[in-house]
Write a protein that binds this ligand. Structure first.
Ligand SMILES: *Cc1c(COP(=O)(O)O)cnc(C)c1O
Length: 346
C-alpha cells in the first residue's frame, strides 16, 4: 500500500520565520524545535533556519539540542531546558549548549559537572511565575540566585539569562506573571548578576502581547504555521505541512479508500471532517486502523490525491482547524503522525 505523505514547504517555513521576526523585533527569535521540529523533521529545518539567519535554537531536551548542534555549522546558540542526567549535561557543555535551570538540585549538579570538566556552563535561570511546571518558586528564588552567583564568581558558570513560561490562559494572569518575572530579574541584578537574555513568551504572547516580550522570544508553533487553537489567523503565516494520501481503491458504495488510519497517528475522532479531493471538499466518513474512507466523487479512481490538512487553498483545512474539532492543538495532530507518514521536503 502506498504511504501517506507529509509535504513540507521550505519556502513557507522561511516566510513564516521572516513574518515572526518582523513582528517581534527588536526581540530575537529562538526557534523551538522539540518533538522533531513539531513533527516536520529537525535537520532540514535547522539548516534552513540557520541559512535564513536564525541565531537561537531551543531544543527542550539535551538530545534534541545535540541534534541541532550537529546540523549547524556556525556559532548559533542552542538552549536545552529539560532537567537532564549528569552525562547529558557533560555532553551539552562539551558542545557549547546553554542550559535552562529550574531547580536547586539541577543547579548543583550542573555546577558540579562544569567543575569536573573545567568548563563554564552558560545558564538561564528559570523562575516559576505561576505555571507550576519546572521553575524555582519566588519564595526560594533569592537563595537559588545566590548559589548561582557564588558559582559564577568561582568560574564554573555564567549567568547569561533569566526566563519563565506563561500559562497564556488570560491576559491578566500573564501580566501578573510578568511582574513576578521582572522582580526575579531585579533580584538577580541586586545579587550582582548581569543576565542579558530575558525570555518569557512563546508563540501567542510573543505575537499578541508586545509588552511581555523580552530580548529573546521562544517560538515554535507559529514558525511552522500552526496558529493557536481557537485563536485568529495570523498575518503572513501559513501552515508549512500538508498531509496527503492517494486513493488506493473504491469500495462497493463508490467511496474512496485512503491508506492512512489511526495507527498512522490520525485520530479516529476526526471522522466527519471535510478533506480536499480533486472534485472539491468531501466528508471523511470513517478512520479505521490502517485506512480511511472518503465520500466518493464522480470519476474517482485509484491514485487520486486527497489532502487531509494543509494551508487551505485546495479546500482542505489546517491542522489547527482539525485539532479544534477534537479539543486539542495543531501541534498534537502533527506530532502524532508516525514515521510511516513519509516526510517530503519541497
Ligand atoms: C514548547 C515551548 C515553547 C514554544 O511554544 P510555542 O507555543 O510552540 O511557540 C516555548 N517555551 C517553552 C518552555 C516550551 O516548552
Amino acid at each position: 500500500m502506498n504511504r501517506p505523505s507529509l509535504q513540507i514547504s521550505r519556502a513557507q517555513f522561511r516566510t513564516n520565520i521572516a513574518a515572526v521576526e518582523r513582528r517581534i523585533a527588536p526581540s530575537t527569535l529562538m526557534l523551538v524545535m522539540k518533538d522533531d521540529a513539531y513533527g516536520h523533521g529537525l535537520t532540514w529545518a535547522v539548516e534552513d533556519a540557520a541559512d535564513a539567519g536564525v541565531a537561537w535554537f531551543g531544543g527542550y531536551d539535551i538530545g534534541t539540542a545535540l541534534r541541532i548542534r550537529r546540523a549547524l555549522a556556525g556559532p548559533q546558540r542552542i538552549l536545552a531546558w529539560a532537567t537532564s542526567t549528569d552525562d547529558e549535561v557533560a555532553e551539552a557543555l562539551l558542545h557549547d549548549i546553554d542550559l535552562g535551570i529550574g531547580t536547586h538540585e539541577y543547579l548543583r549538579r550542573v555546577i558540579a559537572v562544569a567543575g569536573s570538566l573545567g568548563q563554564r556552563a552558560r545558564v538561564h535561570l528559570k523562575i516559576d511565575t505561576g505555571l507550576r511546571r519546572n521553575g524555582v518558586l519566588p519564595a526560594e528564588w533569592n537563595a537559588f540566585v545566590a548559589e548561582a552567583r557564588v558559582a559564577e564568581d568561582a568560574g564554573s558558570l555564567e549567568l547569561v539569562g533569566v526566563w519563565s513560561h506563561l500559562a497564556e490562559a488570560s491576559d491578566a494572569e500573564d501580566d501578573e506573571a510578568q511582574q513576578v518575572f521582572l522582580a526575579g530579574v531585579e533580584a538577580v541584578r541586586r545579587a550582582g548578576g548581569a543576565p542579558e537574555l530575558l525570555h518569557l513568551t512563546a508563540s501567542a504572547a510573543s505575537w499578541w502581547r508586545p509588552e511581555l516580550r523580552g530580548s529573546l522570544s521562544r517560538i515554535g508553533a507559529f514558525c511552522y504555521g500552526i496558529r493557536s487553537a481557537d485563536g485568529p489567523e495570523l498575518e503572513g503565516i501559513r501552515p508549512v505541512a500538508t498531509l496527503t494520501a492517494s486513493v488506493v481503491r473504491t469500495d462497493d458504495d463508490g467511496d474512496a479508500v485512503l491508506p492512512i488510519g489511526s495507527f498512522d497517528g490520525l485520530p479516529s475522532t476526526l471522522a466527519g471532517i471535510e478533506v480536499g479531493t480533486p472534485a472539491g471538499p468531501r466528508i471523511l466518513r470513517r478512520i479505521d486502523a490502517t485506512t480511511s474512507v472518503v465520500a466518493g466523487w464522480p470519476g474517482v479512481q485509484s491514485g487520486d490525491p486527497v489532502s487531509v490538512f494543509g494551508p487551505g487553498d485546495q479546500g482542505e483545512q489546517s491542522a489547527t482547524t482539525l485539532a479544534e474539532r477534537i479539543g486539542t492543538v495543531g501541534e498534537e495532530i502533527l506530532t502524532r503522525l508516525t514515521p510511516r507518514v513519509r516526510r517530503t521536503i519541497i
